[in-house]
Structure formats: structure tokens, C-alpha cells
Design a protein around this ligand. Structure first.
Ligand code: SF4
Length: 458
């Protein structure tokens, strides 16, 4: 009963967040930056911020996360952090030899008003950046937005600092995958390869945050999109941006900067969203869907049909990031489940509109909140229980207090593994989601059914 003081009575709150359903912008910027090969994420602020960002990513991915900091002290806080950043850039290229340094700001450097584009120019002019190496940057004040905003801002930073158009199209298709797991990035590439579309995906954290234990130390992992490939993204024939919140800004910037037309899609989680992704790939690449992928789709439909009775009518509380929740909500509605509470910590009224649209004809009432928190979700659950919670590890407190099964999904997952290696995107990923939900329902039934009704198969 760790949350025993959560009251049932709901009061309007405007200035107080309790148990947030988000984390800070630089964590997203750092995660995106790690998807570039040989990239050193750099936190322009105090050491404490950087330590927090790195440790949160490490706890989720169970991998070491490289990162450097401008190490602000009182002096930088008063006079600005330019000198610290210039010194840091010099040190980083000398000591760690990255291909690129990805600088993101923090609350403190944003409040001071440090001018990153100007400092970047100065670093180049003063010869602190070796030939062929790069600096990219993103403004990530954590008092607005969330880790998803930070991810989106860094993807936009990749585009504005690196992408170029030569005027000659290269026939490739850009895919901006949004904030998904490294396993999902592998899955997205696998689907594109099956359909025969030559893609450039950035960022790409597969092989970076789910790498093998080799016994040898290396500062930068093997994976990540190469800078040369991101530069050429300006010559692609099109861009598919997965997730309005995490990828759309980057794709639209690329469109206006290099005239690469873009389509904004939902994350390919669940049957319908994956169908749309596959269809978009097929159209933009001018190819057709192979039989192997049709087989995977058929298997998913088969599992849905075999197990439909266990999903039908189940009430679910969802909490997490907007792009994930939109696709999950649609998937649950497709399964005849009832996602009755949907909460994201990331702001944006259009999120609420989208969830309402997806559930409009489903025959149940949905409560949805953007810029909400887990305290509110808990209160909703106290006033109207659900059969399942889907969310990150912090949901375990609500799940335990209310005795409701929890399927861990989203960020961060601190107390389980698997998300790094097994995707939830694509058709096979959807089967994994079904398996996890089914396990949760049937384990609960096995636990709660009285002995006289206990059956081998329900
Ligand atoms: S001060 Fe701001 S950037 Fe630093 S850890 Fe806190 S919220 Fe994040």
C-alpha cells in the first residue's frame, strides 16, 4: 500500500504534478543521439543533470551509456556556459574521438540563454572540431514538453545540421522511427527489407543499446546510423515519419530544407497501424508485399481470432507516451477491449482529440488526459476499476495497491528485461503484445479461481 494516501476524490489541479507520466527532455535527446554511429551525447549543463540522464537510460537498457557534460558550476551559471562548452568540445574530440558530438541544453543553460548555434560556429572557427567531424545540437529545456519532445528536437537537430540536397535523388526512403526500442528499430528495418524498400533509418539505436557482451571495451558501439547516410537523407525520394510527437518535426524540417516529401504515420504497433506502415512502404518504394509478411499478418489475425474471448470487453488503463498510446488504443479497440483511461505526461490537446476519435464508435466512455500524471490515473482507477494496466515500471505501485495485473510497456522499464530484444512493432510484435496481455489475464484467473472451478483450460 505504498500509494495508500491517494484519495478517491478528484480535485482540479493546475500547478502541481504528482507522480509524473514523463521525464525530462534531455533524456530523449540523449536517446536519439545514441542512434548515430560514433556519437557522443553532450549535456550542456551541470554534472547532476547528465548523471541523471545517463543513469535513467542505463537502468532501462541495461547498457553503459556514454555522455559528457559542460560541468557548470556557479561561474557558468552567472556568466554563461560558452567557455565550458568550447573547452568540452576540444576535450571530447581529443580524448574520445567521436564522429559527432550531439549537444543538448538543460534547464539551467536554457534559463541563462546560451546561444548554441553561435557557440557551434565559434567551435568550428577556432578549429576545435577536427576535419570531417560534426557537432549537432538541440534546444531541450525541461520545463516544457517531455522526453519525447527532447527526442523530437534532437531528430530535428540531425536534419538541420547534417542533411543536404545535391539535387539528385538517390532512390532511398527515409524512415524516422520515433521513440521505440532498439528491437523495434531492427523490426522496422526487417519489414522494409522484406518489402524490398531501400531505407535510411535515423536514429537507429539497434546494436547500440542492445549490444552483445564481448569482453572488450569500446566507447562507441557498432550500431547507429552513419553521418554520411544522414547527410544523404536530403536526396531521398520520401520520408515516412513514425509518430506525430517524436518524428513529425524532423520530417517536416527535412521537407522544407531539402524538398523530401513526407508522410506522418502512427507507430506500427498493432494490426491496423502496421497495415498502414506496410502499405505506405509499398507505395513509396513502388514494390509489393511479399508472401512472408502476409504469413505473419495471417498468424496475428489467427491469434486474435483464437483468443478473442479472453480480450473481449476487458477494461484497460493506459499510461505512457503519446505515439505509443495512440497505436495501442487503436489496437485494443480492434480487439474489442476497452481502453477506458488513457494518460500521457506529454502535453498536447490534439492527443486527447485523437484518442477520442479512435474510441468514438467503440461503445464505451473514455477518459483521456494529456499533460496528466499517474496520481490522476490512480484516482480514476479507484473510482472505476480496470482489468489491466499497461504502462512503465512506475505503474507497479498502482497495480499492487489496487491488485490489478500490469503489462510493462513504454519508458522506463527498470525491473524487467526483454524490451531491448523483442519488438512490439510489426505483426510479430503485436503477437508478443497479445501474449503478454493474455498471460496477465490467465495468470490472474489461475490465481483467483476457486478450486471447485479451477480448470486446465478456461
Ligand atoms: S534540471 Fe532540468 S534538465 Fe536537469 S535533470 Fe532536472 S529537469 Fe532534467
Amino acid at each position: 500500500m505504498l500509494l495508500r494516501h491517494t484519495p478517491k476524490e478528484i480535485k482540479e489541479r493546475s500547478a502541481l504534478v504528482i507522480n509524473p507520466a514523463k521525464t525530462c527532455q534531455p533524456i530523449g535527446a540523449m536517446y536519439a543521439a545514441l542512434g548515430i554511429h560514433g556519437c557522443m551525447p553532450h549535456s550542456h549543463g551541470s554534472q547532476g543533470c547528465c548523471a541523471y540522464h545517463r543513469s535513467t537510460l542505463t537502468r532501462h537498457y541495461k547498457e553503459p551509456v556514454p555522455g559528457t557534460t559542460s560541468s557548470f558550476t556557479e561561474g557558468a551559471s552567472v556568466f554563461g556556459g560558452q567557455a565550458n562548452l568550447l573547452q568540452a568540445i576540444d576535450n571530447i574530440f581529443t580524448v574520445y574521438e567521436p564522429e559527432v558530438v550531439a549537444v543538448h541544453t538543460t534547464c539551467l543553460s536554457e534559463t541563462i540563454g546560451d546561444d548554441l548555434p553561435q557557440i557551434r560556429d565559434k567551435a568550428f572557427k577556432e578549429g576545435k572540431v577536427p576535419a570531417g567531424k560534426e557537432i549537432i545540437y538541440a534546444s531541450t529545456p525541461s520545463y516544457v514538453g517531455s522526453h519525447i519532445t527532447g527526442f523530437s528536437n534532437m531528430v530535428k537537430g540531425m536534419v538541420s545540421c547534417l542533411c543536404e540536397a545535391t539535387g539528385k535523388k538517390n532512390g532511398k526512403v527515409n524512415v524516422l522511427p520515433g521513440w521505440v526500442e532498439p528491437s523495434d528499430m531492427t523490426e522496422i528495418k526487417r519489414i522494409a527489407a522484406m518489402i524490398g524498400v531501400d531505407i535510411t533509418m535515423f536514429p537507429d539505436t539497434s546494436g547500440v543499446l542492445n549490444g552483445p557482451l564481448t569482453g572488450k571495451h569500446r566507447t562507441f558501439a557498432e550500431g547507429g546510423t552513419k553521418i554520411a547516410d544522414i547527410r544523404k537523407a536530403g536526396d531521398a525520394i520520401g520520408t515516412l515519419a513514425l509518430g506525430e510527437w517524436a518524428s513529425a518535426d524532423g520530417a517536416r524540417t527535412l521537407d522544407s530544407q531539402c524538398k523530401v516529401p513526407c508522410r506522418i504515420l502512427d507507430l506500427p504497433i498493432g494490426l491496423s497501424a502496421t497495415d498502414r506502415f506496410v502499405d505506405a512502404l509499398r507505395i513509396v518504394g513502388g514494390t509489393s508485399v511479399p508472401a512472408e509478411l502476409e504469413l505473419e499478418r495471417g498468424q496475428l489475425v489467427d491469434v486474435i481470432s483464437d483468443m478473442h474471448q479472453y480480450f473481449y470487453g476487458k477494461k484497460v488503463a493506459l499510461v505512457g507516451d503519446p505515439d505509443q498510446l495512440i497505436s495501442l488504443t487503436e489496437f485494443l479497440v480492434n480487439l474489442d477491449m476497452q481502453p477506458v483511461y488513457v494518460v500521457t505526461g506529454t502535453p498536447g490537446k490534439r492527443f486527447e482529440r485523437r484518442i477520442k476519435e479512435l474510441t468514438a464508435d467503440a461503445g464505451f466512455e473514455v477518459k483521456v488526459k494529456a499533460a496528466g500524471d499517474m496520481f490522476l490515473l490512480h484516482q480514476w482507477i479507484k473510482n472505476g476499476p480496470v482489468d489491466l494496466i499497461i504502462g512503465n515500471t512506475y505503474c507497479k505501485y498502482i497495480a499492487r495497491d489496487e491488485d490489478i495485473p500490469l503489462v510493462r510497456h513504454g519508458f522506463p522499464i527498470l525491473d524487467r528485461v526483454g524490451h531491448q530484444y523483442f519488438p512490439t512493432t510489426g505483426y510479430t510484435g503485436a503477437i508478443r503484445l497479445l501474449e503478454k496481455m493474455l498471460d496477465a489475464f490467465l495468470d490472474r484467473k489461475d490465481r483467483d479461481t476457486p478450486e471447485k472451478h479451477f480448470e486446465l483450460v478456461y
